[in-house]
Design a protein around this ligand. Structure first.
Ligand code: UD1
Length: 439
């Protein structure tokens, strides 16, 4: 596997040093969607042909997924933003624990492995910094498709009984519109015998992206993007050449970078429908937005407080709650932010408070009184999006903010500091060695 970008997090004690107070200008380019690319990569297990994915972001999570697929027997080659995946000789139905343990998205392998091999053994993904992340719905759905599923010693073993080793279409009603469960079950059902209906399916754009890829591979799917997805199983899928959608969360983060620095900034490419609730909130706080067919230009001056509540798509995405809170910490007036999706996703509040933010917490709700200026401080990114929120806060703060927790940031943002610096930010990535040399 050719990896073009060396993961920068291998450096000892890596951190970003953000010098605040610089306005942004010009344009920032958005990479392909991490959350789409990870699941699309797993779909290669459904065919013997080569799957070519374009617009794949250079992220540590993508490297990890490539390693997991390679351990299953997939030939993975990666050059720039193109990844070729050839699953003609899948030799394993059980990805190794050491690899899977580092990446929750590896659980995506269970659906296609089961569909293709009639058997899959995948370690149960644990909780993570933001919450418990159950897979009850995934398991329930696989059982509805005829799999026998057992969980022992932290490993999920799923087997299709009978000689055909082929799953059977079924009717699944998800108790909650889980993105991961919807995607897992779509990949399991495409090769099943007969029709599968998934009710209360997730509506996220990444679900539609997966459906579009599977359709390009020969699957028969309708209704993706609506609460009811209907899949007519086919006997085999073929390869495809497919471009991943732009990352709506990265795009939202950069629009917020423009807003928090009170700048005029173009972010491209952006599909406005993917960010509807976020764009509405940006307008509510006083930003002007204009879409030119490909990119979106944000113009920000005075920012006022607003209330928001995270919801499944098309509601306000939990993944942009922390970055949006950084902006609200600098707004005039009061804001209220309610996190409804993950139980432990307000840890950035304590870090923002270290930067002088005036935030009071009650349960899953944060009450924010905007301050005129945040003040630079050493802070810790406690999860992927919280790390991005710290970088944004640093862009607007007085003085220098040192952001640790880059092992999270680099999972979801490709060269974040490089992109922001090209637009006028002043951010340096340091390791212990570098800082000694600098001293
Ligand atoms: C995906 C995204 C993640 C995003 C999240 C919510 C990927 C790789 N990750 O995660 O960035 O923050 O959607 O938009 O695409 N739930 C259950 N039972 C289940 C499954 C989920 O109760 O069996 C609950 C979860 O606890 C959570 C909610 O459903 O409260 C949403 O989870 P889910 O949509 O499954 O998130 P992921 O697919 O893990």
């Amino acid at each position: 596997m050719t990896v073009t970008v060396a993961p920068p997090t291998r450096l000892a004690n890596p951190r970003l040093e953000v010098v605040g107070g610089h306005q942004l200008h010009g344009e920032i380019r958005v990479s392909g969607a991490k959350n789409s690319a990870l699941v699309l990569m797993a779909a290669c297990l459904l065919t013997q042909d080569t799957l070519r994915l374009r617009n794949v972001p250079p992220l540590t999570d993508i490297t990890a997924m490539g390693e997991i697929l390679a351990a299953l027997g997939v030939r993975v080659t990666r050059s720039r933003d193109i990844v070729d995946l050839s699953g003609d000789h899948i030799s394993q139905s059980a990805p190794p624990y050491e690899l899977v343990n580092s990446l929750r998205a590896s659980f995506f392998c269970i659906g296609p492995l089961l569909a293709r091999m009639g058997m899959a053994q995948v370690p149960l993904p644990g909780g993570c910094q933001i919450g418990s992340r159950p897979v009850v719905e995934h398991v329930k759905g696989l059982k509805a498709l005829g799999a026998q599923v057992s969980i022992e010693h932290g490993v999920v073993t799923a087997v299709v009984p009978g000689r055909s080793r082929r799953l059977t279409g079924g009717h699944i009603h998800l108790d909650c519109p889980s993105v991961g469960a919807t995607e897992t079950l779509m990949m399991a059902a495409v090769l099943a015998d007969g029709e599968t209906i998934i009710d209360n399916a997730a509506l996220e754009p990444e679900v539609i992206d997966l459906a579009n890829l599977l359709i390009a591979m020969g699957a028969r799917i309708r209704g993706a993007g609506s609460p009811t997805i209907v899949i007519d199983g086919v006997s085999e899928l073929h390869g495809a050449d497919y471009a991943v959608i732009p990352d709506r969360i990265e795009a939202g983060t950069f629009l917020l970078a423009g807003a928090i620095t009170r700048s005029i900034l173009r972010v491209t490419p952006v599909i406005p429908d993917h960010l509807g609730a976020v764009l509405t909130k940006l307008e509510d706080v006083g930003c002007q937005l204009s879409h030119d067919g490909e990119g979106l230009t944000i113009s920000a001056r005075d920012i006022r407080g607003v209330d928001l509540r995270t919801m499944p798509f098309p509601g306000f995405p939990t993944d942009l709650q922390a970055p949006f809170m950084s902006l609200l910490a600098t707004a005039s007036g009061t804001s209220m932010v309610v996190e409804t999706i993950f139980e432990n996703r307000l840890q950035h509040v304590a870090e923002l408070q270290r930067m002088g933010a005036d935030i009071r917490m009650q349960g899953n709700t944060a009450y924010i009184e905007g301050v005129v200026r945040l003040s630079g401080a050493p802070v810790q990114g406690t999860d992927l999006r919280a790390s991005a929120a710290m970088v944004l806060a640093g862009l607007a703060a007085d003085g220098v903010t040192t952001v640790r927790g880059l092992e999270f940031l680099d999972r979801g943002y490709a060269n974040m500091e490089g992109k922001l610096n090209a637009a006028g930010a002043q951010i340096r990535r340091l390791s212990s060695e570098a800082s000694n040399a600098d001293a």
